[in-house]
Design a protein. Structure first.
Length: 204
């Protein structure tokens, strides 16, 4: 559980405050870890200066340093930028001016490689037991990996004529609540999930 508001307000540790704000806004644990890491790198890059003492100039220098000296991908640079925006706007409550003159990573033009139906079925055929069930759900429902891993039996609606499994997605600020989004699930996967849960309960 995230710490109380009073504890965060009295905490001198900036990264503790960052974690608290991320959890209150229901960001995933992976996003929390990534944002905290980028904010730590930003502070170390500027020789441990507090972010309150820095502004757009220092942000530009850090973001330019990533592709020029570290050769990061475009998505990595964008993630670092998002982390710093969250820090200043949500944690430090500071409005930033337009940030320009950043050396941007040039995205290579390429077409994504997509499996055909036959190729996808061939891959699934080599998986067994729980791994096969998870892969079926990922492929048939479009769930993300962590959504599949956290899926519970109560998230599945087998009684519906249009088989669905629900997933919770975070609502971006200013809202802090979550909402439910339904996505179609393969009938076979729903039935296998119920069977696996029944077997688990019976063994328990």
């Amino acid at each position: 559980m995230p710490p109380t508001t009073a504890a965060v307000a009295s905490s001198p540790k900036l990264l503790d405050r960052v974690r608290w704000h991320l959890r209150v806004k229901h960001y995933s644990i992976r996003t929390e870890q990534a944002y905290v890491d980028w904010i730590r790198r930003y502070i170390l890059f500027h020789r441990k200066r507090h972010p309150n003492e820095m502004s757009e100039k220092e942000i530009t220098e850090f973001l330019t340093h990533l592709p020029v000296e570290k050769s990061v991908a475009a998505s990595t640079q964008n993630q670092a930028f998002s982390a710093l925006l969250f820090l200043y706007q949500q944690v430090l409550d500071r409005k930033l001016d337009f940030i320009d003159n950043v050396e941007r990573v040039k995205r290579p033009a390429k077409l994504p490689v997509v499996f055909t139906t036959t190729e996808a079925r061939a891959v699934l055929a080599h998986l067994k037991a729980d791994y096969r069930l998870m892969a079926d759900l990922l492929y048939g429902s479009g769930l993300r990996l962590m959504e599949c891993l956290r899926l519970r039996i109560k998230d599945i609606s087998p009684a519906s004529a249009f088989r669905q499994c629900e997933r919770l997605l975070p609502v971006q600020p200013p809202f802090s609540m979550t909402y439910s989004q339904a996505t179609p699930a393969p009938n076979q996967s729903v039935e296998l999930t119920a069977t696996r849960c029944t077997l688990t309960f019976s063994h328990d």
